[in-house]
Design a protein around this ligand. Structure first.
Ligand SMILES: Cc1cc2nc3c(=O)[nH]c(=O)nc-3n(C[C@H](O)[C@H](O)[C@H](O)COP(=O)(O)O)c2cc1C
Length: 363
């Protein structure tokens, strides 16, 4: 499974990333669809993610003609073309035979980053070999779940280092979750894991231990509380992904946009922030950047693209997001990411209050 199939035609009539959802659903068997679309509880957090982005209205500046928009982003000593990364998502071959190979090629072609999941269906070495030398690719990071067996955890870290992954993304919000039976199709499995391996919830001592055992930058994914963000800054963590796991773990958890606003205020410039959850358009990307994110991870929409048309579909989703971001930036008088600030945001009348946004230009 270490090759990507022939490029597929894109589905007709797709104009926005969200248009891919129906095409993915039509193509997948119900079990695969349910795995991708899964949500915790009644879906309050998943819906909250969307509502929170929608509640952030943009207040464009005028009379600032923009000849060219530059979406280059700089993070952890690395520059790449678009402030997007594909979020770590398990078992992508359930969506399409191209799996993580197709997804990482799509990301590389669109100048976006790729975060490969511990529970990848294709080996980290095969993915790194496929995209490592793409000249304008974004970063290649490895998402780590802490395993009960520390030596097995370290073995994954060593493999990621040797294969050229540029950072470790330790997911801290998902070791405790409701069990969901998933019958995998024959031949599909989490290739990095022994079938008997079990995850364990990490603590701050594990963060210190991991830092002491690798020279790769350590990013924490799944932080929502500002006090945890402050602690992470003190613990030498390189960056945070503000995330509620796309509403798949704790139903009732705060939206990622609300958490981002609070955390950005709490940590200031001390720690670069990324965010995911409910990002469905370039406008949402712009909102996230205005709230203080340096880059944005995209989850389900990328898988919808992959399911609908393999690598070409995933690439198209990332292209559409980038085009929408560029257009919205131009319409707001912004020609580069550094020009984006919280002053770009207002809030819709009648939307929930954002008492913690105290930046000068916000209302
Ligand atoms: C099918 C699927 C599998 C996922 N698997 C993982 C995983 O293995 N590790 C992880 O840290 N996050 C995982 N996530 C969460 C994503 O990384 C991300 O936080 C979330 O999808 C973002 O929300 P969005 O789907 O609304 O964009 C998964 C998400 C989906 C949809």
């Amino acid at each position: 499974m270490n090759r990507v199939g022939a490029l597929e035609p894109l589905p007709a009539g797709v104009r926005t990333p969200a248009d891919y959802e129906a095409h993915a659903r039509a193509r997948l068997d119900p079990q695969a669809w349910n795995f991708i679309d899964d949500q915790a509880g009644k879906g309050a957090t998943r819906r909250g993610n969307r509502q929170a982005w929608d509640a952030l209205a943009l207040v464009p500046r005028v009379l600032r003609p923009v000849a060219k928009v530059d979406t280059r982003v700089e993070l952890l000593g690395r520059q790449w073309p678009s402030p997007l990364l594909v979020a770590p998502m398990a078992l992508q071959a359930i969506a399409h035979a191209d799996g993580e190979l197709g997804m990482s090629l799509a990301a590389a072609m669109q100048g976006a980053g790729m975060v490969l999941a511990t529970q990848s269906s294709i080996s980290m070495e095969a993915v790194a070999q496929a995209v490592g030398s793409e000249p304008s690719r974004g970063p290649l990071w490895f998402q780590l779940y802490l395993l009960q067996d520390r030596e097995a955890t370290l073995a994954l870290v060593r493999r990621a280092e040797a294969a050229g992954y540029e950072a470790l993304v330790l997911t801290v919000d998902a070791a405790v979750r409701a069990a969901r039976p998933l019958q995998l199709p024959p031949g599909l499995r989490a290739v990095h894991l022994d079938p008997k391996a079990t995850f364990t919830p990490p603590g701050w001592d594990d963060v210190a231990w991991l830092r002491s055992r690798t020279s790769l930058p350590l990013i924490l994914k799944g932080v929502l509380h500002p006090d945890d963000a402050i602690e992470a800054a003190g613990a030498g963590v390189a960056a945070l992904v503000v995330s509620n796991h796309g509403g798949r773990v704790l139903d009732g958890a705060t939206s990622s946009a609300a958490a981002l606003a609070r955390i950005a205020e709490a940590v200031g410039d001390r720690l670069p922030l990324l965010v995911d959850g409910g990002v469905r358009s370039g406008i949402d990307v712009l909102r996230a950047l205005a709230l203080g994110a340096r880059a944005v991870l995209v989850g389900r929409p990328a898988l919808h693209g992959l399911a609908a048309a393999g690598a070409a579909g995933a690439a198209h989703v990332l292209r559409l997001l980038r085009d929408e971001l560029e257009l919205a930036m131009a319409q707001c008088g912004l020609d580069n990411l550094a020009a984006i600030s919280p002053g770009l945001l207002s809030r819709h009348p009648g939307a929930m209050a954002w008492p913690w946004i105290s930046h000068g230009n916000c209302q």
